[in-house]
Design a protein around this ligand. Structure first.
Ligand code: PEP
Ligand code: MN
Length: 337
């Protein structure tokens, strides 16, 4: 249920509505809009009777929210959320490119790639310090050392950094070192991690689980908003299907659906969707054409020597081409300036 207040509603009238909601044992969540306030009614098991708000001064209407997700939905908030990562804005009116290696391998590697991607137009540097690997024998990431290197990258290049947080135990440490915390596909429904992310002071990049429906994905984001953190970016990274020509199948139709259903920004990771570099540029172009707010791309200065995901990592010159082409596509349907 969403209680929409009149534009002229006073502070006292808003407080009265909140009190009525709380007296029934529900949670009231005021949502500031452009010119009026709305108040979300949460934690109701069954349906709420709208008549309990009718006749209260300052109330315009009480609208039932039909979707299971509330705080992330467009029904609750009409205007698109802009997420700030350092000085970078992600969301409507911005095209944001995040790029870097799958994993931080050394200070020299990270700094070299960061300088390269920055020159091409990337605004955020990516690099995993803790890596979720299918095999326990594969490179697991540098851990804390990787986080320290990421801090150094930020210091040297000015780029904010994004890195994956894999578990509750290392959350504080990752939070301390990076500007944007990534929750990976394998952890999309790790509820204790989602709840911790809701308490974080950092923005969260929430990847879609490889077999998650859009509803499950938005419900995962709902956990974070419900916990008090409204700074969430969604990331489509491909879902598992029967095909063998790519690692996953990039679900581009998720972009218009999510943009309609939710006010949260959504970006696309073409690298993990494709699993091979020859598909990354075309998928990136397509992602921007369907109005994703940005991209998360794997780039390596020597992909053949990469300790993880080398086959899908772009060479620097390919990344330069990608940035140029997606910018042209973006500008073709957005007024420049
Ligand atoms: C990654 O971004 O390096 C990664 C492991 O992604 P995903 O969780 O989408 O597989
Ligand atoms: Mn990777």
């Amino acid at each position: 249920m969403l209680v929409v207040m009149e534009k002229t509603a006073t502070k006292e009238e808003i407080e009265k509505v909140i009190k009525v909601i709380q007296e029934r044992g529900f949670t009231a969540r005021p949502i500031p809009g452009g010119d009026r306030v709305s108040i979300g009614v949460l934690n109701n098991r069954g349906s709420v009777d709208p008549s309990m708000f009718n006749g209260l001064p300052g109330v315009k209407e009480a609208v039932p929210v039909t979707k299971p997700y509330k705080l992330v939905s467009r029904e609750f908030q009409k205007q698109g959320t802009i997420v700030k990562v350092g000085e970078v804005s992600i969301g409507n009116g911005h095209l944001t490119i995040m790029a870097g290696p799958c994993a931080v391998e050394s200070e020299t590697q990270a700094l070299t790639i960061a300088r390269l991607v920055k020159k091409c137009g990337a605004q955020v540097f990516r690099g995993g310090a803790y890596k979720p690997r299918t095999s326990p024998y594969a490179f697991q990431g540098l851990g804390k050392e990787g986080l320290v290197i990421l801090s150094k990258v930020r210091e040297e290049t000015g780029l904010p950094v994004v890195s994956e947080v894999m578990d509750y135990e290392t959350f504080d440490l990752v939070e301390e070192h990076v500007d944007l915390l990534q929750i990976g596909a394998r952890n999309m429904q790790n509820f204790s991690l989602l709840k911790r992310a809701g308490k974080s002071r950092r923005p969260i990049l929430l990847k879609r689980g490889m077999s998650a429906t859009i509803e499950e994905w938005l419900m995962a984001a709902e956990y974070i908003l419900e916990g008090g953190n409204s700074q969430v970016i969604l990331c489509e990274r491909g879902v598992r299907t029967f095909v063998s020509h790519s690692r996953n199948t990039l679900d581009l139709s998720a972009i218009p659906v999510v943009r309609k259903e939710s006010h949260l920004p959504i970006i696309v990771d073409p690298s993990h969707a494709a699993g091979r570099r020859d598909q990354v540029i075309p998928l990136s172009r397509a992602a921007i054409a369907v109005e994703a707010h940005g991209l998360l791309v794997e780039v390596h200065n020597a992909p053949e020597k990469a300790l993880s995901d080398g086959a899908q990592s772009l060479y620097p010159h390919q990344f330069e081409k990608l940035c140029r082409e997606v910018r042209t596509i973006y500008d073709s349907f957005h007024t420049v300036g």
